[in-house]
Design a protein around this ligand. Structure first.
Ligand code: URA
Ligand code: SF4
Length: 230
């Protein structure tokens, strides 16, 4: 059953565009109903030369207002964790699986409450993420949480089972055969750390997973330059 409300983003992604052109084009996307009621689409941010890419879920309230990914409470926690893991955010590219904020609101002027995007929304939006990843062609991707993990690895993916290990991406069957294989490190979403009963423990787990990503990146780079062991 083709759903007219969910045509997907593909027709809105311009061919041969660079990241800045994609960032402009995403504002006109009507690939799913999530654009309604938002301030703007929030595209990824960071250098096109980044070797490490972070994929979150979707923009939150602050991201929707400011037009940048991970600038609200989850972003502040992520910045602290990156710092503790020895990763410089300025050198990374940060984006989301879904580019528009999904929320509920009880009335005008009321607080907008985050809603988890459905799989059909994640699938509808995936052409944007796929295009970002194809252009940047990083060495390592970090999936922050279940939504990012499912967008990148398929619907059966479980963060709890795979977090903190570097796995081959894309998985078989999810990308063209000529796509070079890189490393994906899944971890929890920073918002899950903020909600955890034992926050210190959850935070330490996030930092440990980010350290795995930092080591994977160092290994990939050593392997490519032909020095050191991968
Ligand atoms: N949560 C996300 O997944 N992404 C953001 O950009 C902000 C909060
Ligand atoms: Fe397009 Fe993604 Fe926004 Fe849906 S969420 S309208 S697919 S950019």
């Amino acid at each position: 059953m083709a759903d007219e409300e969910y045509p997907g983003a593909r027709a809105y992604v311009p061919a041969n565009a660079d990241l800045d052109q994609l960032r402009a084009a995403v504002q006109k996307c009507r690939g799913c109903p999530l654009h309604a009621g938002t301030t703007q689409a929030v595209f990824g941010a960071g250098p096109a030369t980044a070797r490490l890419v972070f994929v979150g879920e979707q923009p939150g309230d602050q991201e929707d207002r400011r037009g940048l990914p991970f600038v609200g409470p989850a972003g502040i926690l992520l910045n602290r964790a990156l710092n503790d893991a020895g990763i410089d955010r300025e050198q990374t590219y940060v984006t989301n699986a879904v580019k528009h904020f999904k929320f509920t609101q009880e009335g005008v002027g009321k607080r907008r409450i985050h809603q988890t995007p459905e799989q059909r929304e994640v699938v509808a939006c995936r052409p944007w993420l796929a295009t970002e990843l194809r252009l940047i062609d990083p060495d390592v991707i970090v999936a922050l949480g279940a939504t990012a993990g499912r967008s990148l690895m398929g619907n059966d993916f479980r963060v709890t089972r795979s977090r903190g290990i570097a796995i081959a991406w894309p998985p078989p069957g999810m990308a063209p055969a000529d796509r070079r294989s890189i490393l994906l490190v899944p971890t929890v979403h920073p918002s899950a750390v903020l909600r955890a009963t034992d926050r210190d423990d959850a935070y330490a787990g996030l930092v440990a997973d980010l350290e795995v990503a930092a080591r994977a990146l160092a290994g990939e780079q050593a392997g490519r330059s032909g020095s050191g062991q991968a």
